[in-house]
Design a protein. Structure first.
Length: 126
């Protein structure tokens, strides 16, 4: 269990470090408005795309950090490695690839199928 805790804590530190890196203020936002006006439309689009990618990356990193904290809590209470949906044991290979995972492959597949199906019906109703 100590090796698992060490790995989860290492992953959490790395995720937090990446979050700090991308959370630095964007240098282009600090430029005076007069300098900003020299950018043409293509430059503005590229800047917007870069900013949007940064926000998406930040969101994913925050989600991963939360999952890692949850995995550490499950480790503390003795439920790490058990699927939160069905209670079955999560395969070691899955935990090795995704140490923060909380569902077995069967349950994860069902969750993803249900979410895709819900999206399909929501679009049809609109």
């Amino acid at each position: 269990m100590d090796q698992i805790r060490e790995r989860l804590e290492k992953e959490l530190r790395m995720t937090a470090s990446r979050l700090r890196e991308i959370s630095r203020p964007d240098e282009l936002e600090e430029l005076p408005a007069s300098l900003g006006s020299i950018f043409d439309d293509v430059d503005k689009i590229q800047i917007d795309q870069t900013r949007e990618m940064g926000l998406m990356t930040k969101g994913r990193l925050v989600q991963r950090a939360n999952r890692l904290v949850g995995a550490l809590k499950r480790l503390d209470v003795g439920s790490y490695g058990q699927c939160v949906e069905c209670g079955d044991t999560i395969k070691a290979a899955r935990l090795k690839a995704l140490p923060e995972v909380e569902t077995c492959l069967v349950c994860q597949d069902q969750i993803e199928r249900m979410s895709r199906g819900a999206g399909f019906w929501d679009k049809k109703a609109a």
